[in-house]
Design a protein around this ligand. Structure first.
Ligand SMILES: CC(=O)SCCNC(=O)CCNC(=O)[C@H](O)C(C)(C)COP(=O)(O)OP(=O)(O)OC[C@H]1O[C@@H](n2cnc3c(N)ncnc32)[C@H](O)[C@@H]1OP(=O)(O)O
Ligand SMILES: CC(C)C(=O)C(=O)O
Ligand SMILES: [Mg+2]
Length: 529
């Protein structure tokens, strides 16, 4: 029978007096049972490699009897992985067990995992067996598996819905036949933590030989309690947790490896255990499994979700800037996230905005900062994602507009298939608001014509160019115009989520530059109309 130190013998161990919990990953077996999550051989090898590197103690590589493809995957993983124990699943039948043993032959350290359902419902309706027949199968299957390897795990499928007396008899039979690991699955995710704690405690107290084996948890997430139940299991004395990356698995999935490992690491005060997992690889493993299974990770998923270390609210961002522990209980680098991200959005405040400006290389005076902050909030109200480029465009506009004589105040444009476009523009010229309306050949032409009515000039429009600052339909448009007067050209630039507003801003910015140039040569040459 294997002991914890034998199973984890080549896992680098931190010096610790805490109890060691074995991490049994079943992403490649139970995880792959998720409808639509099947992986190619090459993908399985990649996942096995990363599991091995991150310090998983046991990798359940597949169910060899299921198909030739599964057999080959288990066989190749067995021949390749040198550190983790490689495990193959089998029903309580000789042909399954022998097939698993054959697939596992190349492994340096191999485990056969054999299971049979023990609940009244499963025995009667699914297996069509009496309890005594099932009990006999337990002995026969474990005995047969032990002929192939010393490392045998036995599982009581639907264990949490099994009568306690019968479960005790089955576990005792499995131990007597030579199983070193006894797994008690909550196959349908039905249990609650107190109940699961009591179940593992009861088995450890009542079953002869229980002290000589490792009890294991295998919890499904149908009621969202897979991780809580697994943790209750180790508090009751289980020393192996079966789990999957991203919680992949049948129906609502299995207990998520990353959540288990980080809960143990973060709450050592109430969970005095250690795992051998290099937590810095968690996000990498999560991304790989998400890619190969084509199962996206939800943004707010614990530990590995995109938002797990991201903050948008001003009050949280302010707290984070003052002390990260105000709103983060784990360090992002400990799970492989390079840094916390303070996402700029409509809920952000001045502290975070100032920090962002400094990071982007801007030092604004107090008034310019307040103006920029107001424009940022206006933009964030209209735009779902405010990217660094948006803030740069906004500040560049602000900086360019400082000290200028003409400012855009308002614009209304009506255009479409119903005739000529009409624009109404209000500008602030030297502190006075002027409004004019004009028709035009399209909305840009109408807008520029209305501006020309307010600011008379003889410059020709040589270039009009629109580009998107960022991606998406709510991206800011960045418009550039080139105006030419007396052989001299100026360029104007404007950015806004509304292309017409960006166009008007660009035209006004060009006119401001013309005014500056003319003022140097012929003061008062440009006048408001
Ligand atoms: C809770 C779990 O995750 S259990 C693992 C579930 N995973 C899978 O089923 C994935 C792989 N499975 C497969 O590829 C196929 O189901 C196979 C190859 C295992 C079996 O295929 P088939 O022989 O065509 O049988 P099928 O899947 O239709 O039915 C399952 C049979 O296994 C029996 N069975 C189920 N569990 C066990 C067990 N632990 N021990 C012995 N027999 C079992 C069922 O009673 C049924 O037997 P029957 O044919 O006499 O009625
Ligand atoms: C095969 C067993 C361990 C299983 O996956 C379950 O019961 O959920
Ligand atoms: Mg399962």
């Amino acid at each position: 029978m294997n002991t914890i130190s034998e199973v984890s013998q080549s896992t680098p161990q931190p010096a610790s007096d805490k109890d060691r919990i074995l991490i049994f990953d079943t992403t490649l077996r139970d995880g792959e049972q998720s409808p639509g999550a099947s992986m190619t051989l090459e993908e399985k090898l990649q996942v096995a490699d990363i599991l091995d590197q991150m310090g998983v103690d046991i990798i359940e590589a597949g169910f060899p009897i299921a198909s030739d493809g599964d057999f080959e995957a288990v066989q190749q993983i067995a021949g390749r992985v040198k550190r983790s124990v490689i495990c193959g699943l089998s029903r309580a039948s000789a042909k399954d067990i022998d097939r698993a043993a054959e697939a596992l032959r190349p492994a340096e350290r191999r485990r056969i995992h054999t299971f049979i359902a023990t609940s009244p419902l499963h025995m009667k309706f699914k297996l069509n067996m009496t309890p005594e027949q099932v009990l006999q199968k337990v002995t026969d299957s474990v005995t047969r598996a032990r002929n192939h390897t010393d490392d045998v795990e036995w599982s009581a499928e639907d264990g949490t819905r099994t009568e306690h007396d019968f479960l005790c008899r089955c576990v005792e039979a499995a131990i007597k036949a030579g199983a070193g690991t006894i797994n008690i699955p909550d196959t349908v995710g039905y249990s609650v933590p107190e109940e699961y704690f009591a179940l593992i405690s009861m088995l450890r107290q009542r079953v002869p030989g229980a002290d000589d084996v490792i009890f294991s948890t295998h919890c499904h997430d149908d009621l969202g309690m897979a991780v809580a139940n697994s943790l209750a299991g180790i508090r009751a004395g289980a020393r192996q947790i079966e789990c999957t990356i991203n919680g992949l698995g049948e129906r609502a999935g299995n207990a998520a490896l990353e959540e288990i490992v980080m809960a143990i690491r973060t709450r050592g005060d109430v969970l005095p255990f250690d795992t051998g997992i290099d937590t810095r690889m968690l996000v990498r493993a999560s991304r790989m499994v998400s890619t190969v299974s084509a199962f996206p990770v939800q943004y707010n998923k614990a530990i590995v979700g995109k938002n797990a270390f991201a903050h948008e609210s001003g009050i949280h961002q302010d707290g984070m800037l003052k002390n990260a522990e105000t709103y983060e209980i784990m360090r992002p680098e400990d799970v492989g996230v390079s840094q916390t991200s303070l996402v700029m959005g409509k809920h952000s405040g001045r502290h975070a905005f100032r920090e962002k400006l400094v990071a982007l290389g801007y030092q604004l005076g107090e008034n310019a900062f307040e103006d920029a902050f107001k424009r940022f909030k206006d933009l964030a109200d209209r735009k779902k994602h405010v990217f660094d480029e948006d803030i740069e465009a906004l500040v560049e506009d602000e900086v360019a507009a400082a000290g200028e004589r003409i400012r855009m105040i308002a614009l209304t444009v009506i255009s479409g298939t119903g005739g000529a476009a009409r624009a109404t523009v209000t500008l602030d010229v030297d502190g006075r608001h002027e409004t004019r309306e004009s028709h035009g050949d399209g909305p840009v032409d109408a807008t520029f014509a209305a501006i020309r009515k307010i600011v008379e000039h003889g410059a020709d429009l040589m270039l009009y160019q629109v580009s998107a600052v960022t991606e998406g339909t709510d991206a800011q448009a960045e418009v550039s115009v080139r105006l030419e007067e007396n052989g001299k050209t100026v360029t104007g630039r404007g950015a806004d989520t509304d292309t017409m507003v960006a166009s008007a801003k660009a035209y006004v910015s060009g006119l401001n530059k013309l005014m500056t140039r003319r003022a140097k040569t012929a003061p008062e040459a440009l006048r408001a109309g």
